[in-house]
Design a protein around this ligand. Structure first.
Ligand code: ADP
Length: 638
């Protein structure tokens, strides 16, 4: 087939543009990215070779080779891994197969990329980083296992298009040939390359080699020196998770983290654990300090990499950790599993179950320690991952108390940005307060002035502020904490005042008839009308049933186009508010007064506005308010 010219997908074009023009200060990471790809390709080939020996052509020694050619101005990264077919190379190097790419590109543009290199790599843009230092990139590849030496050549000058062409290639694997930019020639220096490999890729298991020139002394003629080119291994290749803890420095842990996560910031915590006895495995796990942009997306890859006796079996093994700990990155190496274990086998594998149980506990304990011993660090962790961790209350029934201990919330007694834990909340509960109260809403400002909090303010009770859309589900799922019920301030009947039962009875009797009239008028809109235990200054509000759906959640689901059954709310009225008193007086004077119906509608519309909804009939509502304004003015002028 002749040379075929193809356009990059739009996202790739944007990304390449950013790469080419980036002021990025860590350009040398391109080499780490390419070595990492080469190493992955070898892992894949090695894994395949366990089930299909044919792939093991050649000398069978896995290797990554770097060649710098100063005359040609090229740097080549060669691997004898899995390789790519023509179709695969078009897909792999012409598109970005991640959702959220647009968000990522935007973030790259918005943030000072120069000071925030952590973003690159998170989205698998690794290969494209070559264009930071090369004005042209040529890729030669041949898929492992092919008998006919048919390979493919891919080439691009990052100008929006690339070419592909069939070629003959002698060996399996991939050569990435970088035509180094004039101003970046330092990347052709042996010393520079050696340094970069040592710094970023020392722990890569496969040998990374380079031909270097060495002076040797002749053994025949004493004193006579001559130069030879020899292959030198640049990396030590030690799997750092298999080393004893005492032999791994903090820097090594951090570098390894950066390598596996693509994140450039320091991890918040490192867990290095070796289990011996009935189950033998090693885990090196990291709790990041910053959430990847795509952590809430569907295609976010969950789980640490799985190795069996140093052989990488899988990049992400979902079965090793529960979904709510999906921020954890790392490596698990098992000695018990067979090398050719398949995805299906992993799902109900008893070894995996044991490892999962162990590391889930390790991670939760580490997080709990962080909370206890380093509150500032914990706060940062919680801001990044609290939203994800919380899901555990819903999904991990057996550990929900333990997870509840880790939660933090904003509250009516804290300044914005400060948090309270459930332990602290319970400790600070007022005398006579029996339950834990929370309120959901879209923003703190909206919540803090809401009429739903009036009775709590009067009693000086603390109310937890919940701003995540999943909070109500989480709290309902938790149900109780340390024997105290969790109650939503916007749901169910509230009765903070246990005293004064007689007064309440009297009020109910006094307003019985008015309530009946309002109920009749609003029978299509509300489920019930009752006197309120939560209002002090406002006349009315709408609340959901105790077990009903949170209004916040309902709004969200509607916005997402979900068809949810309309749930009628309860209208609560405040008997000590002048409006309600006035209406009652009107009623007693003449129960057929037309104003009563008009006022009932106005009342209901106010309640809708207070919960953040639109009035039922905005035109009628504004007309009624306008009339009231005119009336008031007339009265003032009279
Ligand atoms: P990522 O490695 O995060 O997927 P890259 O942009 O670095 O993102 O690479 C895109 C894809 O190209 C890889 O997923 C892989 O399928 C393919 N690829 C890159 N380099 C190689 C290589 N040396 N050998 C085989 N495939 C490769």
């Amino acid at each position: 087939m002749a040379v075929e010219s193809l356009e990059f997908k739009a996202e790739v074009k944007q990304l390449l543009d950013l790469m080419v023009h980036s002021l990025y200060s860590h350009k040398e990471i391109f080499l780490r990215e390419l070595i990492s790809n080469a190493s992955d390709a070898i892992d894949k080939a090695r894994y395949e070779s366990l089930t299909n020996g044919d792939i093991l052509e050649g000398d069978g020694e896995w290797k990554i080779k770097i060649t710098a050619d100063k005359d040609a101005g090229t740097l080549t990264i060669h691997d004898n891994g899995i390789g790519m077919t023509r179709e695969e190379i078009i897909e792999a190097l012409g598109t970005i197969a991640h959702s959220g790419t647009q968000d990522f590109i935007k973030a790259l543009r918005d943030r000072e990329t120069k000071n925030d290199p952590g973003l690159i790599g998170q989205f698998g843009v690794g290969f494209y980083s070559s264009f930071m230092i090369a004005d042209k990139v040529t890729v030669l590849s041949r898929k492992a296992g092919r008998k006919d030496k048919k390979g493919v050549k891919w080439e691009s000058s990052s100008d929006g298009a690339f070419t592909v062409e069939d070629i003959e290639k002698a060996d399996k694997g991939t050569d990435i040939i970088l035509h180094i930019k004039k101003e970046e020639k330092k990347y052709l220096n042996e010393e520079e390359i050696r340094d970069i490999v040592k710094r970023y890729s020392d722990y890569i298991e496969h040998p990374i080699v380079m031909d270097v020139e060495r002076e040797k002394e002749s053994t025949i003629e004493k004193g006579q020196k001559y130069t030879v080119r020899e292959e030198e291994r640049l990396n030590s290749g030690k799997a750092i998770w298999l080393k004893p803890k005492s032999e791994v420095s903090q820097d090594e842990y951090t570098e390894f983290y950066k390598h596996i996560s693509g994140d450039f910031s320091e991890p918040a915590d490192v867990i290095h654990y070796r289990a011996e006895g009935t189950s033998e495995f090693t885990a090196l796990l990291y709790i990041p300090s910053r959430a990847p942009i795509n952590i809430l997306y569907k295609d976010y890859k969950i789980g640490p990499a799985l190795y069996v006796k140093r052989v990488r079996i899988m990049d992400h093994c979902e079965d090793l950790l529960p979904v709510y700990l999906r921020f954890v990155k790392g490596v698990v190496d098992s000695s018990d599993l067979p090398l050719n274990v398949s995805r299906e086998l992993l799902q109900n594998n008893r070894y995996i179950t044991v490892i999962r149980k162990n590391i889930t506990k390790l991670v939760l304990d580490t997080i709990a320690d962080m909370k206890k011993n380093d509150p500032a660090k914990y706060l940062n962790f919680y801001r990044e991952f609290g939203r994800v961790l919380k899901e555990g209350i819903h999904f991990d029934f057996s550990r929900r108390e333990q997870i509840a201990d880790l939660l933090l919330f904003e509250s009516t007694k804290k300044e914005p940005g400060e948090y309270v834990s459930l332990q602290e909340y319970v400790y600070n509960m007022k005398e006579g307060q029996e339950d834990i109260y929370y309120i959901t809403g879209a923003s703190r400002n909206e919540i803090i002035t809401s009429p739903y909090l009036e009775a709590f303010k009067e009693k000086d009770y603390e109310v937890l502020i919940m701003l995540d859309e999943i909070d109500d589900i989480i709290m309902t799922g938790l149900g109780t904490y340390k024997g105290k019920k969790l109650k939503s301030a916007v749901k169910g009947d509230l009765d903070l005042d246990k005293s004064g039962e007689d007064d309440k009875k009297k009020a109910r009797k006094e307003y019985e008839k008015l309530i009946e009239l309002i109920s009749n008028r609003l029978k299509d809109d509300v489920k019930e009308v009752r006197l309120s235990g939560r209002l002090k200054d406002s006349a009315c509000c709408l609340v959901a049933d105790e077990g009903g759906m949170d209004p916040q959640m309902e709004k969200l689901m509607k916005a997402m186009g979900q068809d949810i059954p309309a749930s009628k709310r309860i209208l609560e009225i405040n008997p000590s508010h002048p409006v309600i008193e006035t209406m009652n007086a009107l009623f007693e004077d003449n129960k057929n007064n037309r104003l009563l119906e008009e006022f009932t509608d106005l009342l209901y519309n106010q309640a809708l506005l207070l919960e953040g909804s639109k009035p039922k009939d905005p035109t009628a509502f504004t007309k009624a308010v306008a009339e009231l304004m005119v009336d008031k003015t007339k009265r003032l002028q009279a």
